[in-house]
Design a protein around this ligand. Structure first.
Ligand code: C2E
Ligand code: CA
Ligand code: CA
Ligand code: CA
Length: 279
């Protein structure tokens, strides 16, 4: 069924044990990365569990350093968060992802949803709503196609007015997804009040489908809870047919993972959409 570029493997450079010096050096390189055009937006499809049609895509950032090679976001995003660079990098990512999505809407006439990750520091910026509004206006993409992913592991109390901020983004037409669900500390009461449209089951649970009955129980319970609370639900890290079957059979609507496709550069993602259009 698949074949959406499963072999698009990506290797990252091994970043050496960091000394203070190396960290400073990397920080100054990161400062220039945006200006030098070294950042890339990659896209990973999110598919319907029923039809395997592409419903949308998550935008995932990559840093292609001319000498160091491809640097993993797992490595440089924390650095960008510590240094505050994530605010401008995040805005670049948002604008790039919305512009690419608008182009695909126009070319393929598909109502694709774009999911963009937001960091805690972005959520603390008083002008976040303006930034999103401007990106929507400048690209011409309808806000109803824009989803913002907020990880459950953020320190909620450290972000003043978080709920109001998220609600204002929803009022604009955007949707909100809780990323990495199940890995944070949220109480059920908090989840009930959290203005989220979708719950994203973390890959640590998905990975253990077929392996650990306790994790399977957590996955089932999360799907049921999402349905009961009228939220959408998506699973990430879907790698095997067994994961797909389990998730589909238990009512998880949407899936994302290497089984369907790795994150692709914009041009490859566009080719994928073009191929699918011919089917
Ligand atoms: P995340 O938001 O939880 O993104 C999902 C990660 O899982 C991505 O790693 C994706 O490539 C990977 N993945 C997708 N399918 C599979 C699968 O089937 N199996 C496995 N093992 N992994 C899969 P990636 O791209 O390396 O990103 C790592 C993290 O970096 C993201 O985790 C997110 O927290 C952060 N990140 C990436 N792009 C951005 C961005 O633009 N802004 C912010 N703030 N954070 C970002
Ligand atoms: Ca995410
Ligand atoms: Ca995630
Ligand atoms: Ca994660």
């Amino acid at each position: 069924a698949k074949g959406m570029g499963r072999n698009n493997f990506q290797t990252y450079v091994a970043v050496p044990e960091e000394s203070h010096q190396q960290r400073l050096a990397l920080e100054s390189k990161l400062r220039l990365a945006e200006r030098n055009g070294e950042l890339r937006a990659y896209y990973q499809p999110q598919v319907s569990s029923q039809t395997e049609d592409i419903i949308g895509m998550e935008a995932l950032i990559r840093w292609e350093h001319p000498e160091l090679g491809m640097i993993s976001p797992g490595f440089f995003i924390p650095l960008a968060e510590d240094t505050g660079l994530i605010v401008s990098i995040g805005e670049w990512m948002l604008r790039t992802a919305l512009a690419d999505t608008k182009r695909w809407h126009d070319r393929f006439n598909l109502p694709l949803r774009i999911s963009v990750n937001l960091s805690a520091l972005q959520l603390k910026q008083p002008n976040l709503k303006d930034v999103v509004e401007r990106a929507v206006r400048d690209t011409g993409l309808d806000a109803k196609h824009v989803e913002l992913e907020v990880t459950e592991s953020i320190n909620v109390k450290g972000i003043p007015n978080l709920i109001e901020t998220l609600q204002s983004l929803r009022d604009m037409g955007c949707s909100i997804a809780i990323d990495d669900f199940g890995t944070g500390q949220s109480s059920l009461d908090y989840i009930r009040r959290f203005p989220a449209d979708r719950i994203k089951i973390d890959q640590v649970f998905v990975r253990n489908i077929g392996v650990d009955p306790d994790d399977e129980a957590i996955v089932r319970a999360t799907i049921n809870m999402s349905q009961q609370l009228n939220r959408g639900v998506i699973a990430e890290g879907v790698e095997y047919e067994e994961h797909l079957r389990f998730l589909r059979d238990h009512g998880c609507e949407e899936l994302q993972g290497y089984l369907f496709c790795r994150p692709l550069p914009a041009a490859s993602f566009e080719n994928l959409l073009a191929e699918r259009e011919k089917l």
